[in-house]
Design a binder for this molecule. Structure first.
Ligand code: HEM
Length: 117
């Protein structure tokens, strides 16, 4: 909320939108794992999002439990109309999946560089 806004619209040049962008990322190869890495480890720029380059810093949320991060990911996948643009084979994120991804510690910069195209 503090950065991406309650409407998921973000703020141009500062905080990218999650509305539309999350479902688009989930449709990319490796997008699901990338989103988990963003939430667990944070991300820093420059990264291109919706034809705009963001060069900011986002903290990771490792303090959240596997269940909380799974719930957060599933909320993001459904909110702001994202549910209408999900890949046909989309399945809800599980706590086990988060635990598996949590074992990888990445810097926010390494996460940004791993953004799937
Ligand atoms: C748990 C809550 C959050 C979620 C799920 C989330 C999700 C995301 C996602 C999906 C991206 C786009 C990554 C990409 O496509 O490359 C992103 C980028 C970003 N987020 Fe967050 N975010 C959260 C909290 C925050 C907070 C609290 C801040 C502000 C302190 C923030 C600031 C940013 C910034 C600045 C970027 C762009 C980073 C760059 O320049 O590459 N986010 N976030």
């Amino acid at each position: 909320m503090a950065c991406h806004g309650g409407d998921g619209a973000g703020r141009p040049g500062a905080f990218p939108p999650l509305e539309g962008h999350v479902s688009e990322l989930l449709g990319r190869d490796g997008g699901r794992e990338y989103l988990l890495d963003v939430v667990l480890n944070g991300v820093s720029g420059p990264t291109e999002i919706d034809d705009e380059v963001y060069d900011g810093f986002m903290p990771g949320f490792r303090q959240l439990s596997d269940e909380e991060i799974a719930a957060l990911m599933n909320y993001l996948s459904q909110a702001w109309g994202n549910s209408e643009a999900l890949p046909a084979d989309f399945e809800l994120v599980t706590a086990e999946e988060v635990a598996e991804r949590r074992s990888r510690e990445l810097t926010p910069r390494a996460v940004g560089e791993s953004q799937p195209r």
